[in-house]
Write a protein that binds this ligand. Sequence first.
Ligand SMILES: C[S@@+](CC[C@H](N)C(=O)[O-])C[C@H]1O[C@@H](n2cnc3c(N)ncnc32)[C@H](O)[C@@H]1O
Length: 359
Amino acid sequence: MTLAADLPIASTESASSTLAQPDHPYTEAHIGLTELMPRYRVDLRPDGADVFYDANPVPDWRDLKWEKIGRPYRVERWSEEKKSWEKEHDQSLPVKTAWQMFNRSFQSLFDTAPSEARKDALSKIAKNASHLDMHEAWEALEEAAQWMFWNKAHRVQDAIWDPRGKRALFQGLDVKKPEILFLGAADGYEAMQLMAMYPGGHAVLVDYDEYCATNRFGEFPEAYPFLGVDASSGQPKVWYRDQMNIDYEVIDIKDLKYGREFDIVVSIGLIEHFPDEYKPLAFEMHRKFLKPGGYVIITTPRVQLQSKLFYTLFADIMNFAYRELMDVTHMGLYTYENGFDILRHGRIKAHNGLIAKMR
Ligand SMILES: C[S@@+](CC[C@H](N)C(=O)[O-])C[C@H]1O[C@@H](n2cnc3c(N)ncnc32)[C@H](O)[C@@H]1O
């Protein structure tokens, strides 16, 4: 399904003259192009210096100690929905219910054109202020600030999907037609980027929230282009999700029945939701399904001022479950201590990223 909202606002002349099909509007002629759509950025720029920061800052993980780096930062400003559920039920919000709330709430950001939403919020402020309804005016002000922030972070800076950073992190893996397992897949974005870069394989996306299969991934824009390669020629190629071999399993990761059969096991924003006593279990989930010699790819949100501001301003939308913000050294040390050798690590826009193999 292509939403009208996903069609380009303004294409370059060469771009519009080579439009392929409405559902696949970009072709190889568009490589090098970036443009803003109402809800996201299209970015087909192949490389650049600004995509993978501080690559490999830790020369030897054996020398790094927790006393030196401290522990990750915990986000503890909770959403009102979580707080009122807990008050009503007189118990902590169950983790799976927390994720169900999170997924609907987070996806609503991706489903909205933020510039339009910000304009609507600004006109609400003016209307409410003129009626001296200061509570409503204040809420509309907060909403306008959220849409401004989201517009910049997701659409202008492309810090959430971050295709260039992810491509830089994922490049150079020694795999052909890989079997990919994505743990806690949500919208499945990174599996699609991997499949474009390593075509001809198969991905299993796993998430226990059915809404992720039906909506977050199920309604991911078909017209969104992923820059990858053509397996036969080795030349750059633009891929779309409906050209990829993907299965979505709605199941708890702990109940997966696979053997050691995946070339790549990936998780994006999962490890930081496991408190330290459960981290070994989280890493075991990555190891359990990996072929000997297979790659683990992990990213987690960075501890930086912009992320702290984001999880404060978006507390009601984002904060339903335990969450840490880490530096790449934290993420790497957890990975190293849990039995992996780290091949590459660094910072992309909003996340830390690493590639590892079982020791
Ligand atoms: C923080 S999200 C990942 C971030 C993601 N990139 C996004 O866009 O939201 C984590 C995902 O893992 C899923 N998840 C958490 N624990 C799980 C488990 N035990 N089994 C399956 N899925 C799980 C949640 O439902 C959620 O969709």
